[in-house]
Design a protein around this ligand. Structure first.
Ligand code: N01
Length: 579
């Protein structure tokens, strides 16, 4: 081994990459982590726009490692980016991570050396290292998306994408601020700008069905009490849909009366956070009629907070702009009230589209408005973009980008045929976007650790997904996706936010629990569906228990779709569900 040969190169210093580094090192692997940013934190290094805050509650949005949570105390239930950065500094000190991390270094490309079963990895700034395995932990949002906008380069004020915000900060005080985009980032930045800016204009293309965050200050006494239950709460993550300490409701939303359903919605609403989204009945995400009851509940609650009915029609229209929950609901803290302020204006881009960006500001069909700052809260080439952004060349001379030109192809959402010894976390066709990041980092991450340890123990030098297994996995992911309402929205879950990107279900929609069962069964059966040292392990996917689970889930979803035919109507609604 030369000085620059590693057993494993990990890419990305967010939750997933840091967990890999810590655990691989403990297992005795020679490992090196490369990070494009100047510090730890992954997305929390880049996301430092005003108001950036996590939408997942404590203690789910942190490592489930006792050596960390036992000593770390958050000040809020939904921490802001500054506190998240302090958390990563603490994790670094406790786990002594940075000695194996190279910052300000982007992995720009990689080629597989078939003779040596090694990746030759190109770094920017220029250096080449070699590693037997490469584990990509680049997150779902490492490639930002900026839409084509005529004249954008001409704007003379400050213009920044939320995930490339200046590290030194940018003050809104006394300025005229434009926010384009109303996803999680847009909502958060608009809330702050409404308080600080002289004038704020929010440009909305699609309404954001945001939910109340219900922030809470935390103190040491509260946390000490909570911590008694942390082990159980962390253990529960693996049995749930979204890797949280709560789950989708058992039973059917159609089996309860209208009053009972509303009472349950109210309870979830009062809990705050994502409870109203993925703590509700699965049918909300699969059955149009049930979904409509959730939308109507959200709409009525939201409209009651907006004084001007014309603004209410744009923010919370009477008819759903898309099925509730099929675009990620942001969490808000007084978002809908800002539009009652004199310094805040809402532009409905469907009625008044942007024609061009000018040197002074933004010209829509109705005229030009001058700005000092334009905030591009326009999201990401999510889930797959961070992976295809790296020039990774496999055994067939093709890059990952070329291989996925018509849609992503993966096995278990972690490997692709033609790219041996390459594994990726939080990637396409894994629970990723539907799953809490730190939960996936650890639970999906544990599978990678087991895999690399098993290969080492058995002296296996090469692992590669087979095309057959890839095809089966693709069918499972797309099949499950078609039984939900997700394909009906133009969301990043479907790759539909980036023009020209193939439209497909990018995230495994069967839930984390089922996903982990399937991955573990594959490992238990000697990595079926993979080729080990070029020898395919015959796939028996159709025989394993987890696949029966998938079949059961598919049947439940199909039944729920059939129920659409006898949807809830005013006549049968009060009778308690489906006729
Ligand atoms: O990005 P988004 P985001 N003209 O893609 C609009 C995570 N996250 O950065 O809906 C005008 O959701 C676009 O409009 P439309 C979280 O998982 C988490 O906000 O496509 N507008 C949309 O409103 C989240 O889901 C946290 O019609 C255009 C917006 O830009 C994910 O990141 C914080 C446009 C993009 O919304 C992405 O969130 C931040 C155009 N040409 C992010 N193109 C927390 O946990 C796009 N838009 C707090």
């Amino acid at each position: 081994m030369s000085q620059h040969d590693y057993d494993v190169v990990v890419v990305g210093a967010g939750f997933a990459g840091l967990y890999q580094l810590y655990k691989l090192r403990a297992l005795g692997f020679r490992v090196r982590l490369y990070e494009a940013g100047a510090e730890l934190g992954g997305i929390w290094y880049w996301n430092c726009y005003p108001g950036a805050r996590v939408d997942t509650h404590v203690p789910m949005y942190e490592f489930g490692l006792e050596e960390i949570w036992s000593e770390w105390n958050w000040s809020e239930r939904f921490p802001g980016w500054e506190e998240l950065r302090r958390y990563f500094e603490f994790v670094d000190r406790k786990l002594d991570l940075r000695r194996d991390i190279q910052f300000n270094t982007r992995v720009s490309g990689a080629t597989f050396d078939t003779a040596g079963n090694q990746w030759q990895i190109e770094l920017d700034p220029g250096e080449t290292v070699r590693a037997k395995f490469m584990v990509l932990c680049v997150g779902f949002g490492s490639k930002i998306f900026i839409p084509e906008m005529k004249g954008l380069e001409r704007f003379e004020g400050a213009c920044h994408h939320t995930a490339r915000w200046p590290q030194q900060g940018l003050d809104f005080k006394g300025k005229r601020v434009a926010v384009i985009g109303t996803g999680a980032s847009g909502v958060q930045v608009a809330q702050v700008a409404s308080r600080e800016a002289a004038q704020l204009t929010v440009f909305q293309r699609t309404p954001c069905l945001a939910l109340p965050m219900r922030q809470q200050k935390l103190d040491a006494a509260t946390l000490a009490e909570w911590k008694k239950g942390y082990p159980e709460r962390y253990a529960k993550r693996r049995d749930t849909f979204g890797g949280f300490d709560f789950n989708l409701l058992e039973g059917s939303a159609l089996a309860v009366s209208d009053a009972e359903r509303k009472a349950k919605y109210q309870e979830l609403w009062d809990e705050g956070g994502f409870h109203f989204w993925i703590g509700t009945w699965m049918e909300v995400l699969t059955n149009e009629a049930v979904n409509r009851t959730a939308y109507d509940f959200w709409r009525d609650k939201t409209r009651a907070r907006i004084k001007d009915p014309a603004i209410a029609d744009v923010l919370a229209p009477m008819e759903p702009p898309y099925p509730f929950g099929t675009k990620r609901p942001s969490l808000e803290q007084g978002y809908f009230e800002i539009f009652d302020q004199d310094n805040v204006r809402l532009v409905d881009l469907n009625a008044d589209p942007i024609e061009e960006i000018t040197a002074r500001g933004i010209r829509t069909r109705s005229g030009e408005q001058a700005f000092d700052v334009i905030v591009l809260a326009t999201g990401f080439d999510a889930v797959s973009g961070g992976l295809t952004n790296i020039d990774i060349r496999g055994t067939r001379g093709q890059t990952l980008k070329q291989r996925w030109v018509e849609g992503t192809r993966t096995y278990l959402g972690m490997a692709t045929a033609g790219f041996p010894n390459l594994l990726y976390l939080y990637g396409p066709q894994s629970p990723s976007g539907f799953c809490n990041g730190p939960s996936c980092a650890e639970l999906q991450g544990d599978w990678v650790l087991r895999c690399l340890s098993d290969l080492r123990e058995k002296n296996i030098d090469r692992i590669e997904a087979t095309e057959m297994a890839e095809a089966v996995w693709g069918q499972i992911v797309q099949g499950l996706g078609e039984m939900t309402l997700f394909p009906r929205a133009n969301s990043w879950y479907m790759g539909a936010n980036v023009p020209g990107k193939p439209r497909e279900m990018l995230n495994y929609p069967g839930g984390l629990a089922l996903y982990l069962q399937q991955c573990e069964a594959v490992a238990d059966k000697g990595y079926e569906g993979f080729a080990l040292d070029r020898e395919p392990v015959p796939p028996t996917l159709h025989q394993g228990q987890p696949v029966f689970e998938v079949a059961r889930l598919m049947a439940a979803l199909q039944a729920s779709h059939a129920a659409d035919a006898c949807a809830i109507s005013p006549e049968n609604e009060n009778a308690g569900g489906v006729a």
